[in-house]
Design a protein around this ligand. Sequence first.
Ligand code: GLC
Ligand code: MG
Length: 250
Amino acid sequence: MKSKTHMLATDLDGTLVGDEEALRSLLKYYEEQPYDVSFIYVTGRHLSSALLLIEEEGLPVPDILISDVGASIYVGKHFNEDAEWAKRMQANWDPVEIAGIVARFPELKRQLLPNEKRVSYTMENGDERTVYQVEEALIQEKLPHKLIVSSNRDVDILPMKSGKGEALQYVIDTYANDNVQVLIAGDSGNDLDMLSLDYPSVIVGNAQEELAILQPDPLLYRATSHCAGGIQEAWMHFYEKMNTEPTPPS
Ligand code: GLC
Ligand code: MG
């Protein structure tokens, strides 16, 4: 992966996946480029759910899969878990206590997940006051966590140092070429922190309202095309001109 000069770090549902024709066109475009692109998938799904989607949609096998909204990192074609990251996630993480507190709020229905790397809920009333109350209760109980709302429906409670942004920065620092040219792509609330890192980023045209709070920034491109079409639009915006220049040596 260190030899790849470019990187696409993208959310899956509603970003890379969602418009089949645009996806095929994006993959073809990458094949035609004179450089290698490393694919990093950054998803809210858990490992087996993400692997199922990769298979069903015929997505390229990623160099790295960041799953569970940044709570897990899997590396290489065998998807070996990054042990250092897993260790960091365990520090001050008490999912049982957290779930006990959130159980006081019947509006939040717990998602059935295969492990406790995160505690996630579906919010049936879509009322953000509930989220504030949950947050307040967790703070009062001094339970370190990061709470993220997506699509005004999914509520993920994660280890404090987790989230897509923290996980992606760790992956870039640990595994990428020092001069790698990155594009980060997303469509909903759990993508906010990675879209705010210091790299070229794209909000795809079909994004949720909740991303409207991101301030205009030269590194943040708002695409009009949906899903993979938006990624391609942004890639050309940031990197097309550079194609006429030689790619820096790896
Ligand atoms: C995906 C996951 C779900 C999570 C949501 C938001 O839909 O399957 O568990 O809550 O993303 O991150
Ligand atoms: Mg998404």
